[in-house]
Design a protein. Structure first.
Length: 572
């Protein structure tokens, strides 16, 4: 259907008297006959919303909206469709996504043989690429030892291949890549047991690279190009708009210098404008980076900002991932005695870093997946709050995969925001082999956290979703967070515990007002209220009133950010 016909299909005619004068009191756009879920506890539902410029000026019934409709007001009849606040992506890697949006994308739903075939096909179709680069495998599919170079050598022997895993914490390389990186038996591991080259009984690298070693290899073999990243950012933001996302938090812009990030965003903003409001963080991920870490973050806060973006927070890595067996746990990994994971910093170092950041009012995000890492991070935050009680800092723990019983109530008590990715709540066949039954039943304790008073904030971790671009979609995440099962599969196993399933209301809040609070933006976005930014999304189905296993099939019809329509679906 042509755009003009689409406009007629969505726009309702409202008669106005000929004598009605134009007035600045009228709205620019009015949404009527809508099923509005506002996420505003004082006014949870409405049937009309009126927008002027970039601001919501009315939320209520049709009669009230009529008073704000003038000759020039564009009136859109929603036909009873669900209208929500614009989704806020609480944790992704947007700058990296711009860099990697065009590379090979694998999925955790594929088998090892399918990954190898996809790599071979991609290499054959891109014979001119000097390096075959991709992402999306899951390391635990290969068992305790991880993937090997020989599997890749068999299909691409003549040029480097490096594939980052779905969590962006490990990599799979072929022999040509290891040779290009000059990895030999004498190459030292930066952090043995955490950031290292997996080796065979002869001391040769197997092709499995973990943590900083993996990311450094990717940087070396696949160097960035600023113009390509800028174009990639436009592509990614367009996809996000089509998924109803209007604001995003970039949890780490890889290891780029702040000048590079600033320059690329300015380029996109100047040429095209940003269709997603972006906030982000500088990061510290090693003891070598501890000295001056807060000063560097302050440089980012002062300089990496512009029209629609601001990197004003601090991201701290506390541990790794369960798939890599580098997440810090209270007990050893199954089948790997003596390995209970790894914390990047001692609790004393973490406390000092968080306290220093709090003294300068940074919002602080701590990557912590294992129960030991979470416990130590909460201890550090509690100590920082005692030392800096007047700090304006807000504290967020990221990913929080396995949580000890004693730590569940501490999130609410300390006002620590619990941030994670609902898509990961479906049954984890691979991860179950690495941990105890007790730990498996302490996965993703989101309902318990909510009941104990914690604030929830959800994001996809894209491109580390496990499902690529599809895994970024809030509606797919909302379904999985509600069912704790594979999307669309009611007969699939439920990820324990079933009591940790969340309501649709809680999941929507976790994709709107929760992350708005995390970003210090709860007075501007996250709910549909008079005076807030006009960020909204219209869905083709009411996700409160359909089969929950079909929520992922719901489509976004329209996305508005700052009063401008940044996405509109072509009607079929």
């Amino acid at each position: 259907m042509r755009p003009a016909i689409l406009l007629l299909a969505l726009t309702g005619a409202v008669s106005c008297s000929p004598e009605q004068p134009p007035s600045s009191d009228y709205g620019d756009i009015a949404f009527i006959n809508a099923n509005v879920y506002t996420v505003d506890e004082t006014n949870p539902s409405a049937e009309a919303v009126v927008v002027r410029d970039d601001t919501i000026i009315f939320v209520g019934d049709r009669e009230g909206a009529d008073d704000l409709i003038g000759k020039t007001t564009e009136v859109r009849d929603m036909g009873g469709r669900l209208l929500l606040p614009g989704f806020v992506e609480a944790h992704m890697h947007l700058f990296e996504a711009g860099r990697y949006i065009s590379v090979l994308e694998l999925s955790i739903e594929q088998s090892i043989d399918e990954w190898i075939s996809a790599i071979a096909d991609y290499a054959a179709a891109n014979a001119d690429l000097p390096v075959v680069f991709g992402y999306g495998f899951i390391a635990s599919a290969f068992g305790q030892e991880g993937p090997t170079r020989q599997l890749l050598d068999a299909v691409v022997p003549d040029r480097p291949v490096i594939i980052i895993d779905e969590g962006w914490h490990t990599a799979w390389a072929n022999s040509a890549a290891l040779n290009k990186l000059n990895v030999t038996q004498d190459t030292p591991d930066p952090v043995p047991g955490y950031a290292y080259y997996k080796r065979d009984e002869n001391g040769d690298a197997t092709g499995y690279l973990l943590e900083d070693v993996a990311l450094a290899a990717a940087e070396t073999l696949f160097p960035p190009d600023e113009e390509a990243i800028a174009e990639g950012l436009r592509t990614v933001m367009g996809i996000m708009n089509s998924q109803g996302i209007t604001t995003a938090f970039d949890a780490k812009a890889a290891d780029f210098e702040h000048e590079t990030v600033k320059r690329v965003y300015d380029r996109v903003a100047d040429l095209h404008g940003l269709s997603v409001r972006v906030f982000g963080a500088a990061a510290v991920n090693s003891t070598a980076a501890l000295e001056g870490a807060v000063d560097r973050a302050d440089t980012w806060r002062k300089t990496v900002k512009g029209d629609g973006f601001h990197y004003n927070a601090l991201k701290i890595f506390s541990d790794g991932t369960l798939e890599a067996k580098t997440a810090a746990m209270f007990e050893d990994y199954q089948g790997d005695p003596g390995n209970s994971g790894h914390t990047v910093f001692t609790e004393e170092q973490l406390t000092a870093l968080i306290t220093a950041a709090a003294s300068r009012d940074f919002d602080i995000h701590v990557h912590a997946l294992g129960d030991r890492a979470i416990h130590e991070a909460l201890n550090a935050i509690e100590a920082a709050q005692e030392k800096r009680p007047d700090s304006a800092s807000r504290y967020t723990l990221i990913h929080i995969e396995v949580i000890a019983d004693q730590d569940v109530p501490r999130f609410g008590e300390l006002d620590v925001i619990a941030q994670t990715s609902p898509l990961w709540f479906s049954y984890d066949d691979y991860g179950k082999a690495f941990i105890s039954d007790d730990q498996f039943e302490r996965y993703w304790r989101v309902a318990s956290l909510e009941q104990s008073g914690a604030r929830l904030a959800f994001g996809s971790d894209f491109p580390a979703t496990g499902l690529g671009v599809a895994g970024m979609h809030p509606l797919l995440n909302i379904e999985t967070g509600h069912t704790r099962q594979i999307p669309g599969q009611p007969d699939s196993p439920v990820q324990p515990l079933a009591s940790e399933r969340l309501s649709i209301e809680s999941l929507i809040r976790g994709y709107t007002l929760g992350p708005a609070y995390m970003l210090h933006l709860e007075d501007q976005i996250g709910s549909i209220e008079v005076g807030k930014k006009a960020d909204m999304v219209v869905l083709d189905k009411d996700i409160f009133d359909i089969d929950p296993y079909s929520i992922h099939k719901t489509e976004v019809i329209l996305t508005m950010m700052d009063g401008s329509i940044v996405y509109e679906r072509q009607m079929r």
